[in-house]
Write a protein that binds this ligand. Structure first.
Ligand code: SAM
Length: 236
């Protein structure tokens, strides 16, 4: 991967960045994504945020070597601390766990003023993000799932709005888990992901069946049975 040819995963994220927007890429690492979209002329200005010194230095070097320092600012800091309210209208956060992405958004709530689109790519636990979006009046407007190098990635795109509009109320729990758009599209990577999860959970269930019959185990088994039922219903 380089800035001219992104990974499929980052390319898919890039495609949801509205043309002409001012963007911040949080946890940017080598700053491939902001360099790519700025170099292509899709966005006029970007901030690349990084909290760890090594990736921060990589991002700075990348931006300097591409001669993009007048259009991309590389800033060191935790999550949304690197941006001021109103400074950007689109935020991307990719390649982290869903719970971490949700906590970055939660801690930076005041920085989301003026932001009209979030593009979030969790490696695991997209559900944590869907729940966060729902609690904070961000509406999911699109979801994508793709497989690259044997791993499956989800991309969630959200805009300010009534979150419930994206969900079928009768299937709220399963759609929070699996994604309202993804559950309808049921693409190949989606089916593969959830069949894999079902297998994992069935393995855990069979271990729990053999373990002592405690209240805690009973609750865990019930929880897993419920999740398995939800997935079976969606996969059909
Ligand atoms: N976004 C790039 C991508 O998708 O290819 C890089 C993903 S990399 C696996 C995750 C990056 O997020 C790391 O460079 C890490 O230092 C950074 N990171 C983790 N927590 C962060 C936080 N709270 N604020 C800013 N950056 C963070």
């Amino acid at each position: 991967m380089n800035i001219d040819k992104l990974s499929h995963r980052l390319q898919a994220v890039a495609e949801y960045i509205p043309e002409g927007s001012r963007m911040a890429d949080i946890g940017s690492d080598h700053a491939y994504l902001p360099c790519h979209v700025v170099k292509k002329g899709l966005v006029p200005f970007a901030i690349a945020g990084e909290v760890v010194e090594g990736p921060f230095q990589s991002a700075k070097k990348q931006v300097e070597s591409e001669d993009l320092t007048d259009k991309i600012e590389v800033r060191k800091g935790d999550g949304l601390a690197v941006i001021s309210p109103g400074e950007v209208d689109c935020i991307t956060i990719a390649g982290m766990g869903g719970a971490l992405i949700a906590s970055i958004l939660e801690q930076g709530l005041d920085k989301l003023e003026g932001v009209s689109r979030l593009i979030l790519q969790p490696n695991i636990s997209a559900q944590s993000i869907r729940v966060w979006l729902m609690d904070h009046e961000w509406k999911l407007v699109e979801e994508e799932i793709l497989e690259e190098d044997g791993k499956i990635y989800e991309i969630l795109v959200a805009e300010k709005g009534e979150p419930l509009q994206s969900y079928n109320q009768e299937k709220l729990q399963s759609e929070l888990l699996m994604g309202p758009f993804l559950s309808i599209k049921r693409t190949e990577p989606f089916v593969k992901k959830w069949k894999g999860e079902m297998n994992n959970w069935m393995r855990i269930l069979s271990k729990l069946e053999q373990a002592a019959d405690t209240e805690e185990n009973r609750q865990k088994k019930e929880e897993l049975h419920n999740k398995l039922r939800m997935i079976e219903e969606v996969l059909g």
